[in-house]
Unconditional design. Structure first.
Length: 76
């Protein structure tokens, strides 16, 4: 291309994003979620399975605490 740079062609490299994992405790500390609140599955066929958010960020389903929401969802 005759020495044209990527930027002069209107092309640019994708920016590196800093990825930060948001934990349930982050949302609790920010006031977006509250310990003791019920978490209801989005899929209607599982709506009878209610989870409870614990103060330490774990999720309890049927009396069993799970370390992450993902683990709780898998158990449901």
């Amino acid at each position: 291309m005759g020495g044209a740079s990527e930027s002069s062609l209107g092309l640019c490299r994708p920016r590196q994003r800093s990825v930060r994992k948001v934990e349930l405790t982050d949302l609790i500390n920010a006031g977006h979620l509250h310990p003791g609140m019920s978490l209801i599955p989005k899929r209607k066929k599982y709506s009878h399975r209610v989870a409870t958010l614990l103060a330490d960020g774990r999720v309890e389903v049927d009396g069993q605490p799970f370390e992450t929401a993902r683990e709780a969802a898998i158990a449901i």
